[in-house]
Design a protein around this ligand. Structure first.
Ligand SMILES: [Zn+2]
Length: 328
């Protein structure tokens, strides 16, 4: 069921490699043309031998073939497999800075909801500079691990100004050299029966109209930056009301943007949806949106098998996050 959660993120034009060498980060900025060869190359969905990769001055792969340059000009990575960079389809980069503040038994955050309180504390006074540091540190670690494209599910929008923290993520990705799919995330309310957010969620909140205007700005920005692609998300059904959800879906589907949402991550989310809406979140989603392959549902930990089948029939992508699903 896991297809391409970042559709339409485009091709990955970078190469990482096993054997201790990670080269993805070398692709930002101008380069000399280079031809690489590994003991094996994974390309075109195959494990190939005697294959070279030609990298152009703009950092993109120009050609993959057998004899692209004289042997003396080829950079050989011996006993190494060259493969496309990995994609991290669901990241909240600042969560890295919760390490050591959570999951420490009875005195720490031993449930999702207590973990969430710690997360709110981490960003309650966050500035552009702090968030940029959080993101850059994490993006640097991703590159070291061979991840060359990140889908950043970004919902902490407001620091000292409206949406100023969006720039922190974009600038952090540029500083790291990682390819960014900024999944701009709408967050309207604190729960299914709520009409407003909690005080600690103020940095996340936007109404759908101002949010859509911001999407236009971000899209214009990304047109001049090939390393940034814009996608959208509704944070979750508990955080976005039906009317805003439909408006966001309609407008961004017209633009052919990928659309993500956290879905059925927690039992409480399912219980609250049944209590307020009389239906499970996945059923609510199908009943209220003409879902299609542009939708990626993140988690689906508590989604029933028959509902997963219905999502699959509609072409929906499921993004599984094993380190989350395994904990709570
Ligand atoms: Zn998430």
């Amino acid at each position: 069921m896991f297809k391409n959660p970042l559709v339409p993120a485009g091709l990955i034009a970078t190469v990482g490699c096993l054997g201790g060498l990670i080269l993805g980060s070398t692709f930002s900025g101008p380069h000399r043309t280079a031809v690489w060869a590994g003991r094996r190359v994974i390309a075109q969905d195959k494990l190939l031998s005697n294959i070279q990769i030609k990298i152009g001055t703009d950092g993109h792969i120009e050609a993959i073939g057998e004899c692209l340059a004289e042997q003396s000009q080829v950079i050989h990575f011996r006993n190494t497999v060259l493969l496309p960079g990995f994609i991290n389809a669901h990241s909240h980069a600042f969560h890295r800075f919760l390490r050591g503040r959570s999951e420490i038994g009875n005195t720490g955050a031993d449930t999702f909801w207590k973990w969430r309180d710690n997360m709110y504390k981490l960003v309650e006074d966050v500035t552009y500079e702090q968030l940029k540091t959080f993101c850059k540190t994490t993006f640097d670690e991703m590159l070291m691990a061979g991840i060359t494209t990140v889908g950043e599910f970004h919902y902490i929008h407001h620091g000292n100004g409206r949406f100023d923290l969006d720039e922190a993520v974009i600038d952090a990705a540029a500083a790291s050299g990682i390819r960014l799919v900024l999944i701009e995330t709408l967050y309207c309310r604190s729960g299914f029966a709520a009409t407003d957010v909690l005080p600690e969620q103020r940095r996340f909140q936007a109404n759908v109209n101002e949010f859509l205007a911001k999407i236009d700005v971000l899209e214009a920005h990304s047109k001049s930056n090939e390393n940034v692609t814009i996608a959208v998300a509704a944070h979750s059904l508990r955080a976005v009301d039906r009317s805003s959800l439909q408006k966001l879906w309609n407008m961004t589907n017209q633009k052919k943007l990928a659309f993500h949402i956290h879905l059925e991550e927690q039992p409480k989310e399912v219980e609250d949806c049944i209590e307020v809406e009389g239906t499970r979140p996945s059923q609510f989603l199908r009943a209220n949106l003409p879902i299609n392959e542009r939708l990626t549902a993140v988690h689906c930990t508590y989604t029933k098998r028959e509902e997963l089948d219905e999502l699959a029939k509609a072409g929906v992508n499921i993004c599984v996050c094993p380190t989350t699903e395994g904990k709570f």
